[in-house]
Design a protein around this ligand. Structure first.
Ligand SMILES: [Zn+2]
Length: 338
């Protein structure tokens, strides 16, 4: 049984186990002054209908007490449960305009999911991702359907940057934090210094920043800007999307900026050393561990490739690299001063 963990009076963390990854995703439960509940993120669809009534009962609530579902971004583990929770509670779903626009394009219905994964495959083909590794990814749309079921279109309401959400003892301000996902938002309570950060800021892992179809063309540039923006906020404790709350936000933000700047340099160095390389070739060099495992790790090899692509595109936007389309249809990066 999954039980909410009380973090402060009126704030609980509910770690929800995922079907594909080992680390659970956190749903944050916030109690309003009148006893109504706001959820920040929703977990996945699979198991939601059984999990939620019991989890709410464990903290003395019933599903109809949930009055607001707030979604940080469009990734499966954060919005996959919107339909089950909307049906259970009747609560509207709040998200950024970009998330509301993007979610149905990726997860709208079964056919849409299949098209999305085909588009992703095409993008990877252009960047040199081998067909046999791609084949090992299997039927991802089928897996995604277990995780994501969207609330109906009329359930969604846009949250504008700077909008405020009141819960017991806290006023939360909507902070746009694009980068990990285009429409990503965090919620910041200036008076208490709490930051509901979702996947913008995690304690132990560097949040993935990759390039995907129909995407911000420079996600890493957006991510670094978001890190700098959040570094200006007064944050005493981060309530993250995965793992336990942690302090030291400013140091962690600084570390992540430095980490990405260093990784851009590593990617550019590979391009210079080889006289021109695909994103896949750069990934093999920069994330070599992921390619050395005995068992083919296709999902992480793809992550390494989309992540390298984001770094190469940052260097291209900065005027350091350019793209060359070869006759085989493959995109290679070359150094501009080469
Ligand atoms: Zn995410």
């Amino acid at each position: 049984m999954t039980t909410p963990l009380e973090f402060l009076p009126g704030i609980w963390r509910l770690p929800i186990p995922l079907h594909v990854r080992s680390e659970p995703v956190n749903v944050w439960i916030l109690r309003d002054p009148d006893g109504a509940l706001t959820l920040f993120d929703t977990g996945i669809h699979a198991g939601a209908a059984e999990l939620w009534p019991a989890a709410l009962e464990a903290i003395g609530h019933v599903p109809s007490d949930v009055q607001r579902l707030v979604v940080s971004h469009h990734h499966p583990d954060h919005l996959g449960g919107t339909r089950a929770l909307h049906e259970l509670t009747g609560a509207p779903v709040f998200a950024s305009a970009a998330t509301i626009a993007k979610a149905p394009r990726v997860w709208g219905d079964a056919g849409r999911m299949e098209t999305y994964f085909a588009e992703l495959q095409l993008l990877l083909d252009w960047h040199g991702f081998p067909a046999d590794v791609a084949a090992a990814l299997g039927d991802e749309a089928a897996v995604a359907k277990l995780a994501v079921q969207l609330a109906p279109p009329d359930a969604w309401t846009e949250l504008e940057p700077g909008a405020e959400i009141e819960t017991r003892g806290h006023t939360w301000e909507v902070i746009p934090t694009p980068g990990h996902a285009d429409g990503h938002i965090a919620l910041h309570a200036p008076a208490s210094g709490l930051l509901l950060a979702a996947d913008h800021l995690l304690e132990r892992i560097s949040p993935a920043v990759g390039l995907f179809p129909h995407h911000d063309p420079d996600p890493l540039g957006s991510y670094i800007d978001s890190l700098e923006r959040v570094a200006q906020l007064d944050v005493s404790t981060v309530l993250p999307g995965h793992g336990a709350p942690f302090a030291g936000a400013r140091e962690r933000l600084r570390f992540l900026v430095d980490h990405h700047v260093e990784r851009i340099d590593q990617c550019v160095a590979v391009v210079r050393a080889t006289g021109g390389a695909t994103a896949y070739e750069v990934a093999r060099s920069v994330f070599s561990r992921v390619f050395e495992r005995a068992v083919l790790d296709a999902p992480n090899q793809r992550f390494a490739t989309t992540e390298s692509l984001a770094h190469l595109e940052r260097a291209r936007a900065a005027g350091v690299l350019e793209q060359r389309q070869d006759e085989d249809g493959i995109t290679r990066y070359i150094a501009i001063d080469a």
